[in-house]
Design a protein around this ligand. Sequence first.
Ligand code: 0X9
Ligand code: ZN
Ligand code: ZN
Length: 418
Amino acid sequence: MKALLFLGFVAVVSFGAPGDKYAGDKVLRLWLENEQHLQFIRNVSSSVKVDFWQPDSAELVTTNRSVDFRVDAFGASYVQAELEKIGLKYHILIESMQPLVEKQFDRNKINSTGYDYEKYHRLEEINRWIAKITVEYPTLISRFKIGWSYEGRHIYLLRIGRRTGFMKPTIFLDCGIHAREWISPAFCQWFVREATKNYGSDSTMTTLLNKLYFLVVPVVNVDGYVYSWTKDRFWRKTRSRNPGTHCMGTDPNRNFDAKWCSVGASRNPCADTYCGSRAESEKEVKAVANFIRKYKGIKAYLTIHSYSQMCLFPYSYTYSLTSNYKELDTLAHNAVKALSSLHGTRYEYGPASIIIYPSAGGSDDWAYDLGIKYSFTFELRDTGRYGFLLPESQIRPTCEETMLAINYIATYVLNHPY
Ligand code: 0X9
Ligand code: ZN
Ligand code: ZN
């Protein structure tokens, strides 16, 4: 019995499962109505450790919006008492975090028929899958390495589409810019599977793959993703060192060269929205940016995040509308309509500065200003019931509905050459 327990313990630790470090953690949602509420939230971090989920840091919090954040048991009792005092109503989104975290670390990831697309996978598994599917579909998929991460991991890109020898309009799709948003890499994998499986039988997919290329980066922030599996499930940033502090990492979605660090980003390396020491300071960001700059023919840039159920387009760094605002708005409207048609999932859409918050240095704004006029950020499920801990049972419905939106946009791009 002792030996068994011991073995179990070793297995858990070596797979980097979460232990019991989230026991007692809760996620609270507040609705901020006035300055006093706002001040409370802005200052709460000086008393207890809070992990902002939506928005992603205290600086982005404003009145007349909700805030979701995680606190440990000690923090929760403090915060709850303070909230009663100032009369701020709150709602407990997640009462007990530990069981939800544990579920996501289940070991049986490989089923007998092959890869299980309805599970979350560790980076090693994803990389093995990338290698395997490339070999399985030699006429449809090519694998490229677009660079190395800070910790020296490869960043892979899959080019999907029937090989033609001449240029085809291309859609760039990336996932896993933020480490803890696990549904995002799961979607990129789902997309590649659907594309390859349906080529030759489904007419939409066949047309798309005949006439377009998709460039898919399943995991951009590879170091952060590994860290979210091994050390901290709620890690968001890269894992680069910051001189002069123990706080690590930069927010890759504040590190692109789009009015870098001018708004909605932090100069503090300890913040979750730290913009980095300069634009493209992060190797992962540089790898994506360099690839997109030199690859001619990218007509759409799509990037997958979670959570909030939104289809966002530029600008984020300003409230000004893009010159093709009307077209983007209609396209987003129709993409979201297609998405909702499957399970009725409601999505908001519009310029990110207006729909969520102003923030600079995002990949979508950068791609847009580079001349890629169809540029969208998707924030997948949910709206906060589970947040980043979206259960694996929702991978399928989430990916299926998102496919409809992506296919809608791809078809539109194909039919509107520029
Ligand atoms: O803040 C972000 O980077 C994205 N939301 S998330 O919760 N996944 O972190 C939204 C990105 C919208 N686009 C830009 N801010 N450029
Ligand atoms: Zn977020
Ligand atoms: Zn994100």
